[in-house]
Structures are given as structure tokens and as C-alpha cells.
Design a protein around this ligand. Structure first.
Ligand SMILES: C[S@@+](CC[C@H](N)C(=O)[O-])C[C@H]1O[C@@H](n2cnc3c(N)ncnc32)[C@H](O)[C@@H]1O
Length: 393
């Protein structure tokens, strides 16, 4: 007689023993937090608070929710009891903000959603894999950084352009970065992977919230934090876990507690709607397999009137004809994934941006030569400044 499959325990072990390392108390706490998050109103409140630059009064939350004021108050009480929101009293009003614990839970959900939404075609998967492998190795210090033998964003035959020359000038000072600010960034943040200086066109004001797409070791984030001051906020997003780990270690050594790094893809940003004043990015959008999604997401998370300040590689017509998008090394080296100026302009405008400008930098040839250490590439690609505005209405 054949044996029926069973889930019941038997005296004979049927498979490897499975276990977790949580205590009963930890399980109860986790379940309590998930239950506190697990209702639409409470979850929406967390999202609204997470996207707000400062603590929010309960009365300002209710108009965004499909409930009355007493339901909002009850939901806030439950979230506060679960340690997911902080409460501060000021006169007759109470102001609420999300706790770090809640932020981490929301980040985990964002990462999960981002992977579910991502383009899953085999070709896109190969490209993303090649990009993650390349920048994961650089973040771990095994390739491509000034600490290793390779050059910058460019090809494996690239020069070590991030390092200084005999005049004491570096790639960064030639790009217009302020030497004092570069010096003040945590050691290890500058991996020499950029192709321009997006902060030079970002026109930052103290107190603004900045989002950096593909933040790498966090170089531009730490420099921006110096300009934005203690009331500003900087969020770096990167899809390579080793990069995010490295950037977070750098943040621990930074005097600025306004900088945070989130793991995620720029095609599905782990960032709330209309919560950001300015988006920067340095040599990253060319690596995306879905550039239209990147700009749609950028549009979603920017506040009305918010702006783009991006440095990136664009293709010349010759580059478009000669570079091979299926060559994974060229792709991950910020070459063949790039698009022409006209294409980029139309993608950005297609997402809803106005006053879009995509223009090669005056010093583009020198930058490209220095990045890749190859003379011939200046006819194929340019380093460009890219800007645009989300309409203020
Ligand atoms: C050339 S490096 C630039 C890093 C940084 N912006 C800098 O200037 O040092 C590209 C970075 O973008 C990240 N990246 C590439 N494609 C991405 C995507 N689709 N979503 C999020 N991060 C991405 C990589 O992991 C890598 O850290």
C-alpha cells in the first residue's frame, strides 16, 4: 500500500529540521507592529507622515484620508502604541512623525514592490545583473575604484582619472566641485564614478529635500548635505546592496545626520509622492533598462515646482550606430545604455516635465577622455547636464 503524503509530525524525520531564531516576545512584537500597520487608514497615515518633511498635525492628515477626525485620532493612537509614530504636544495640538522603526518597515515594503514592478525580460535582467555585479564589486573594493586598479565609471581599460595629477588637481575639482566640500565628505564616499557635477546646476537652498538616484558611495549626497544644512534632508537610492551598505557605513562617519540611503531601483522609487524638492543623479540613468519609468517616478516623487539636476552620458549619432547595447561590458560601463539628446529630451517631456534642457558640457571631451582613458570615445558619447521642472500646479 502506498503511503499518503502527510503534514503531521512522525517519529521518522522526513526532511531537514527548520527553525527560526526569534523569541516568543519578538514574534509577539513583530505581529503587533504588522497588525498596527495592517489597516488601510493606518497604513496610509504612515505613508503620509513618511513623506512629510516635518511632524504633521492630526487635523492636517484627515483631509487626505477617506475617514473622520475621530478615526484618524484612533488610528494614530494605535500606531503610537505600536512604536510606529512619535507624538509631540504643542499647545492644544499634537504633531506626529514616523519612527525609524516604521521607516525601516516601509522601506522593506518599497523594495518588495519595486522588484515586483521591475522589467523582468531576460535581456533587461542580464543588463541589471551586469550593472549590479560591476558596482557591487566596486563597492566591495575589488574592482573599478580609485582604491583598486581600474578607472571611473568607464571601461576596465580606463585610466585612474579620479586621482589627482601632479598639479594637485583632481577629476572632481576639474568638474567644479568645491575642494573644501570634497575634503569634508567621509573618506570612501568618493568612488570616482560620476561623469559630471549635478550639484553645480541644482541651485540648492538650505532646508530642501534632495533625492539622489543611483547614489553609489554617497559622494554627491554628502556634498549636498553640506549645502542643505541641518534642516535639509538627503535620500540616496541605489539598487546594489553592497553600494548601499558602503554608503550607510560612510553615513555613520559623516557629521551630517540628515543623509539616509535606501535600497531600491530608480524605476520604482522607495520614496513617497510629492515629497522631494530636487532630484540629482550622476552617471546612472544611462544604466537603466527603463528610462521612461525613471522619469515617471521622478515626476511622481517631486513636489509641484520641483526640479531635475542630472549629469549623464548621452550618445552622439555615431555612438548610436557603433555602440552595442547587447554588449554587457559596454552597457555597465555607462556607454551603450545611453540614448541621444533628442531621445532623452522626449522621454523627460513625456513624463510631464517642462523647460527641459539636455546639453553637452563645454568640457565634455576632456571628461570623457579622463573617464575612459580612450581618445576615440569622444566622438561616440558626451557628458551632459540635464534639467527640467515639474509644473507648479
Ligand atoms: C556609475 S555609478 C554612479 C554612482 C554615483 N552616482 C557617483 O557619482 O559616484 C552608478 C550607480 O548607480 C546604481 N544603479 C544603476 N542602475 C540603477 C537602477 N536602475 N536603480 C538604482 N540604482 C542603480 C549602481 O548600483 C551604481 O551604484
Amino acid at each position: 500500500m502506498s503511503q499518503q503524503p502527510t503534514d503531521e509530525p512522525t517519529s521518522e524525520p522526513c526532511c531537514t529540521a527548520v527553525e527560526h531564531d526569534l523569541t516568543r516576545e519578538e514574534i509577539e512584537t513583530d505581529v503587533g507592529r504588522l497588525a498596527a500597520m495592517g489597516a488601510e487608514t493606518r497604513y496610509e497615515i504612515l505613508r503620509l507622515l513618511d513623506g512629510a518633511p516635518e511632524p504633521v498635525c492630526a487635523c492636517d492628515l484627515t483631509p487626505h484620508l477617506d475617514v473622520d477626525q475621530s478615526t484618524t485620532s484612533r488610528a494614530l493612537k494605535r500606531l503610537s502604541e505600536a512604536g510606529l509614530v512619535d507624538r509631540r504636544k504643542d499647545g492644544r495640538w499634537r504633531y506626529y512623525s514616523v519612527t525609524d522603526r516604521a521607516k525601516r518597515l516601509l522601506d522593506a515594503l518599497d523594495s518588495e514592490r519595486e522588484f515586483a514592478r521591475a522589467d523582468t525580460s531576460p535581456a533587461a535582467g542580464d543588463k541589471r545583473g551586469a550593472v549590479r555585479d560591476r558596482y557591487g564589486a566596486i563597492a566591495s573594493g575589488s574592482a573599478g575604484s580609485p582604491e583598486a586598479e581600474d578607472g571611473c565609471c568607464g571601461s576596465s581599460s580606463g585610466s585612474s582619472s579620479c586621482c589627482g595629477d601632479s598639479s594637485g588637481e583632481t577629476f572632481e575639482t576639474r568638474l567644479g566641485y568645491d575642494p573644501a566640500r570634497v575634503e569634508a565628505a567621509p573618506e570612501g564616499a568618493n568612488l570616482g564614478l560620476g561623469c559630471g557635477n549635478p550639484l553645480s546646476i541644482a541651485d540648492l537652498s538650505p532646508g530642501e529635500t534632495l533625492l539622489d538616484l543611483g547614489s553609489g558611495g554617497g559622494f554627491d549626497c554628502f556634498l549636498a548635505a553640506q549645502e542643505l544644512g541641518p534642516t535639509g534632508r538627503v535620500i540616496g537610492v541605489d539598487m546594489t546592496p553592497e553600494m548601499v551598505e558602503r554608503a550607510r557605513r560612510n553615513a555613520e562617519r559623516s557629521p551630517h545626520d540628515t543623509v539616509e540611503f535606501r535600497l531600491g531601483e530608480i524605476e520604482s522609487l522607495p520614496v513617497s509622492d510629492a515629497s522631494v524638492d530636487v532630484i540629482t543623479s550622476n552617471c546612472v540613468v544611462n544604466l537603466s533598462t527603463s528610462k521612461s519609468r525613471v522619469f515617471e517616478e521622478a515626476f511622481r516623487v517631486l513636489k509641484p515646482g520641483g526640479r531635475l539636476a542630472i549629469s549623464d552620458i548621452v550618445l552622439t549619432e555615431r555612438g548610436q550606430a557603433e555602440l552595442d547595447d547587447a554588449d554587457l561590458d559596454q552597457y555597465a560601463s555607462c556607454l551603450s545604455g545611453a540614448v541621444t539628446i533628442e531621445r532623452l529630451q522626449s522621454l523627460i517631456e513625456g513624463a510631464g516635465f517642462e523647460s527641459v534642457s539636455v546639453r553637452p558640457k563645454a568640457e565634455s571631451d576632456a571628461i570623457v577622455r579622463e573617464m575612459y582613458g580612450e581618445e576615440g570615445l569622444t566622438d561616440l558619447v558626451h557628458s551632459a547636464h540635464i534639467s527640467g521642472y515639474k509644473p507648479d500646479r
